[in-house]
Design a protein around this ligand. Structure first.
Ligand SMILES: Nc1ncnc2c1ncn2[C@@H]1O[C@H](COP(=O)(O)OP(=O)(O)O)[C@@H](O)[C@H]1O
Ligand SMILES: [Mg+2]
Length: 296
């Protein structure tokens, strides 16, 4: 479970749901479709690992996310697309509570991870982030050796035995498809690696702690096409063991790698569904306009 500190499990009580619009309650014949029924927002996902449930977020007075719900499928790749500033990164950061670090942020709604609300005050954030890792747009290796970049996460968890660390380092680097390139230079600085290698090293660092979910925020936007192809291939591989959620401004990338795609616009999910449907037969005009390049 998320909180390893206590043995006591809190029972999850569903909050009372307020009607989405008071208009719906006021008028008997104007029955508003609950969000859970809208086919443009609810692909069939049987066993979601994460359920984003009516998440809204404000930076100070500015609302950046407006009442968004979606289910994230286990061992699949979900992409968030949409024009710059529409809230993709903000929504992604909600999933491992990275927005908590920003001053004046207010969040409403729930995100259930394996059934439990991650915004429950009893959830331990470090334990949560171990289960839900993050890879950023700009690769950010520590100014340490390649080996230490991976071993670090284990050391702070109190694992110091060399044979165990060696094993984790090799497994993680293999998992991130970079072992062969670095196995003979593990003690060299990670900063000497190319951009694409650094990004795969950061993915290796994320998988070293054996998360369930990896969040990736535009992981290829600083990379050349060859390095990008390697990361895309790697993502395909990783979904056997992990659930991936990726923000990308590159629609070809979303259509190539993801199983599900959410299109966001001005803080709202306009459409969410199987990637093939979103790109070939979107239900909403706005989605079609965006993916055909008519705006954004
Ligand atoms: N730390 C922050 N403080 C204030 N406003 C922010 C912050 N981060 C993002 N925003 C605003 O929230 C909106 C959504 O941003 P973001 O999630 O970064 O969009 P995207 O990733 O889709 O480009 C934008 O209007 C942006 O300016
Ligand atoms: Mg962003």
């Amino acid at each position: 479970m998320i909180s390893p500190t206590g043995t006591q499990e809190t029972s999850m009580v569903e909050p009372e749901r307020t009607p989405r619009s008071s208009l719906a309650a006021a008028s008997a014949d104007a029955v508003e479709r609950p969000a859970d029924d809208d086919p443009a927002l609810n692909p069939a996902i049987d066993d979601p690992i994460l359920e984003i449930d009516r998440i809204s977020l404000w930076y100070g007075a500015k609302q950046a996310l407006k009442d968004n719900s979606l289910k994230i499928a286990t061992n699949r790749i979900t992409a968030f697309i949409g024009p710059s500033g529409c809230g993709k990164s903000t929504l992604l950061r909600c999933i491992n509570r990275l927005n908590d670090l920003i001053d004046e942020v207010r969040i409403e709604g729930q995100i259930r991870f394996e059934g439990r609300n991650i915004y429950d005050p009893e959830v331990e954030i470090n334990a949560l982030r171990k289960r839900i890792g993050m890879v950023f747009q700009k690769s950010n290796p520590f100014p340490k050796s390649i080996y230490e970049n991976i071993a670090y996460g284990c050391r702070i968890q109190g694992i110091h035995k060399k044979s165990v660390l060696d094993e984790v380092v090799e497994r993680s680097l293999r998992g991130a498809a970079i072992w062969d390139e670095v196995k003979d230079r593990l003690s060299e600085s990670a900063l000497g690696l190319s951009g694409g290698q650094q990004q795969r090293l950061c993915i290796a660092r994320a998988i070293a702690v054996e998360p369930d979910v990896i969040l990736l925020d535009e992981p290829c936007s600083a990379l050349d096409p060859i390095a990008t192809a390697k990361i895309e291939e790697l993502m395909e591989d990783l979904k056997k063991d992990y659930t991936l959620v990726i923000v990308t401004h590159n629609m070809q990338q979303a259509s190539r790698v993801s199983d599900y795609t959410a299109f966001l616009y001005l803080g709202e999910i306009v459409e969410y569904g199987e990637t093939e449907k979103i790109f070939l037969k979107p239900m909403k005009q706005q989605t079609e306009d965006y993916i055909t390049g008519r705006f954004g």
